[in-house]
Design a binder for this molecule. Structure first.
Ligand SMILES: [Ca+2]
Ligand SMILES: [Ca+2]
Length: 242
């Protein structure tokens, strides 16, 4: 019964989306109309977010535009509209229920610094946002991993340690966000010491080693800026693990 109802919703939305896509192709629309946004939200509220429905869920949010339209409808009246970069349905806590994770840009310039996590709660969709400290997330899939092997997935989000200045590389700190039973919160780095020491710190040290050799492929100014970046990152991690 529920599947039939869901299928009807999907048909209705598919039809609506095909009009939107046609509009986009014709250059007539930049974002789906409000009614289409509400249809996407209604459809996603009406379908059970489980592994068995993954293809339907992914069909409803088939690209960046539909994912953005969904988030705009979900957030409701907000002053600054979210733009979705990457998104995926994934079971974060191993209960067979899928969650939606999406990178969000608020600048309009493609800085995906925030991560939205959407959970199904009966017919309601709850959401929270984490991060938002300036680091740009370019690969969402690589930012989700079970870092401590307890079955729950952590989300890693870069945080800028210094403000952007032109084209110079900026030092970042990778924050780990983990599930506390109610929501995702930033973790104490000491709880993920292996991740920081064996993965993050090791990579920084490899980069510093490579930069210690004068290389023709990197100009002197860039080399100095990169060494500064990695040294700041190295210090920050060592301090955080004390
Ligand atoms: Ca789940
Ligand atoms: Ca974990």
């Amino acid at each position: 019964m529920q599947t039939t109802r869901a299928a009807k919703f999907i048909d209705a939305v598919s039809h609506r989306l095909s009009l939107v896509v046609a509009g986009l192709a014709a250059g007539l629309l930049t974002i789906p109309a409000a009614t289409a946004r509400d249809d996407i939200l209604t459809s996603l509220q009406s379908i059970e977010w489980v592994e068995e429905n993954r293809s339907d869920l992914e069909g409803l949010l088939s690209d960046q535009d539909t994912a953005t339209a969904f988030m705009v409808a979900l957030y409701g009246d907000v002053v600054v509209l979210p733009n979705v970069g990457g998104h995926l349905f994934i079971d974060l806590d191993g209960d067979n229920g899928l969650e939606l994770v999406a990178t969000i840009d608020y600048s309009g310039r493609g800085f995906y610094a925030s991560v939205a996590i959407v959970y199904q709660n009966g017919h309601r969709l709850d959401f929270q946002e984490v991060g938002g400290h300036g680091g740009n997330m370019t690969n969402l899939r690589n930012s989700i991993d079970d870092l401590d092997g307890d079955g729950d997935l952590e989300i890693t989000i870069p945080r800028l340690l210094e403000p952007y200045q032109g084209v110079e590389p900026v030092p970042i700190f990778i924050d780990v966000y983990h599930w506390n039973g109610l929501q995702y919160i930033v973790a104490d780095p000491l709880q993920y010491e292996d991740f920081y020491r064996k993965r993050v710190l090791r990579r920084i040290e490899e980069n510093l080693d490579a930069l210690s050799v004068d290389s023709a492929s990197v100009g002197a100014d860039m080399r100095a800026a990169l060494i500064h970046k990695y040294e700041v990152e190295q210090t920050e991690i060592i301090n955080a693990l004390q």
